[in-house]
Design a protein around this ligand. Structure first.
Ligand code: NOJ
Length: 493
């Protein structure tokens, strides 16, 4: 049988085995939420004293890189319409709203010497509106929108930014912490570092492959640990909240049952989730990354590994800096062992050395990278349990894009049902999932995709000055799930 044929048969078998929607109730205290992020929804990019951030600069300087030359200048106008956003959350009945703070709205220069009061007031009002409606805020401090003045000092390749982030985090705890139970320091740092400082496709657009992404990651991990310790030492006893980081990963399915492909799949997981998670949930970078990158670096003529090293003191300072585990999950890939890539230019993908791809017959959606693979959800959750000693997990993002042609988003309804079904099955496997977050509350600025890829439960009319919000069919389904804690018409008691 051909390789593709083999994979196809295995995956058909998996999907037949998992076709039935799980009909067990989610536990009563299971948390359901919906998410957005500052640059993607707020707009008001230069209003009321907000400073410029790297996505403002990137979209304004390189409009041709974004679909339709779109920007986040106005986005969903949530800076002015936050009460409508909270009304939509209330309509869904969710337990929490995951949103992010715009660092430059609070600190226009990035540093704490100049606090922008209207920005602080905006977030205080949003938090109050949420609490008044019985919705908990789950706040991300950094969802990719670094203040431009900090980028001018080197951005995440500079230690200066680690210190600035620690101070920004302390200020956030001081300003908002009395009303916040759940904090995330960083969202999907791999995208910040790999795409922003390695490949140069995302803001700030620095192309330094095989070098920039590793330096960036080193600083992000340090900054996360600083923030967690600040909370732990200065705020935990009075505020009693929980702090973590959210890291994205796909599931990687070995192409065959060979040892090489199994190792390639595991290596992919270690180079994506483990790159950030191992230092925090276990200790130090994954061994496989340390070994491969050191070997390749020396062969390339460097005197040391391109992967920076933590000192022993740093390793123990970083290890354990979490109160729960955050994970964003959307899709899966097949991982196939690749012949060793000849030594040449430094590159993260060569360091990884895996050929990964998706199968043509996997269901697609309006975002080309996102194929519908609900079975991957159960597998990745089990992998997280095994690899990180069964932590408490909040799925901080999961969702699918439509093209905006209809409000009858049946595909999204199926997507949520089938992914949630696999979450519930993973819980039966013993995975300690305590919460789930739909991405996204509403259509918004999808980075390079602009407004063409629509992830919202609610549609937003970007041609209308009022940015009118309208529920899609998936609102009714998610609302029912949140209310009943059940994915089907009747669940087993
Ligand atoms: C990950 C990111 O956190 C979010 O900003 C993005 O819109 C979604 N995934 C969908 O791509």
């Amino acid at each position: 049988m051909s390789l593709r044929g083999f994979i196809f048969c295995c995956l058909i078998a998996i999907s037949i085995a998992q076709d039935e929607t799980n009909n067990k109730f989610f536990p009563e205290d299971f948390l359901f939420g919906a998410a957005t992020a500052s640059y993607q929804v707020e707009g008001a990019w230069d209003e009321d004293g907000k400073g410029e951030n790297i996505w403002d600069r990137f979209t304004h300087s390189y409009p041709e890189l974004i679909a339709n030359n779109d920007t986040g200048d106005v986005a969903c106008d949530s800076y002015h319409k936050y009460k409508e956003d909270v009304a939509m959350l209330k309509e869904l009945g969710v337990d929490f709203y995951r949103f992010s703070l715009s660092w430059s709205r609070i600190l226009p220069t990035g540093f704490v010497n100049k606090v922008n009061l209207p920005g602080v007031t905006y977030y205080k009002n949003l938090i109050k509106e949420l609490k008044d409606n019985g919705i908990e805020p789950l706040i991300t401090m950094y969802h990719w929108d670094l203040p431009q003045p900090l980028q001018d000092l080197g951005g995440w390749t500079s230690e200066v930014v680690v210190e600035a982030f620690a101070e920004y985090a302390r200020l956030n705890f001081e300003l908002f912490g009395d009303n916040v139970k759940y904090w995330l320091t960083f969202n999907e740092p791999k995208q910040t570092c790999l795409l922003g400082y390695g490949q140069g496709m995302f803001a700030p657009g620095i192309a330094s492959p095989g070098i920039g992404e590793y330096i960036c990651t080193h600083h992000v991990i340090e900054a996360h640990a600083r923030a967690w310790h600040i909370y732990d030492q200065e705020f935990r006893t009075t505020q009693n909240g929980q702090v973590s980081i959210t890291i994205d990963t796909s599931w990687f399915e070995p192409a065959t049952d060979s040892e090489e492909d199994a190792a390639a799949a595991e290596r992919s997981l270690q180079f994506t989730y483990g790159w950030y998670a191992n230092a925090i949930y276990n200790s130090d970078y994954p061994e496989i990354m340390k070994t491969r990158i050191a070997e390749r670096s020396l062969a390339e003529g460097f005197n040391q590994s391109r992967l920076p090293a933590f000192t022993d003191e740093e390793i123990s300072y970083i290890s354990g800096t979490f109160d729960f585990m955050g994970v964003n999950i959307y899709t899966s890939f097949i991982a196939e062992a690749m012949d060793e890539v000849p030594i040449g230019e430094p590159n993260y993908n060569y360091d990884l050395g895996v050929k990964s791809y998706q199968l043509d017959d996997w269901e697609s959606c309006a975002a080309s990278w996102l194929k519908v693979t609900p079975w991957g959800m159960r597998k990745i959750l089990n992998w997280l349990k095994k690899t990180y000693n069964n932590p408490k997990i909040i799925i901080t993002e999961n969702g699918i894009a439509d093209d905006g042609s209809t409000l009858e988003d049946d595909q999204r309804v199926r997507y949520y049902r089938d992914y949630l079904s696999n979450v519930r099955s993973a819980m039966e496997d013993g995975v300690n999932v305590i919460g789930y977050t739909a991405w996204s509350l509403m259509d918004n600025f999808e980075w390079l995709g602009g407004y063409t890829q629509k992830f919202g439960l609610f549609q937003v009319d970007f041609d209308n000055i009022n940015r009118t919000r309208t529920p899609k069919s998936s609102v009714a389904y998610y609302k029912k799930v949140v209310e009943t804690h059940c994915l089907v018409d009747t669940c087993e008691a």
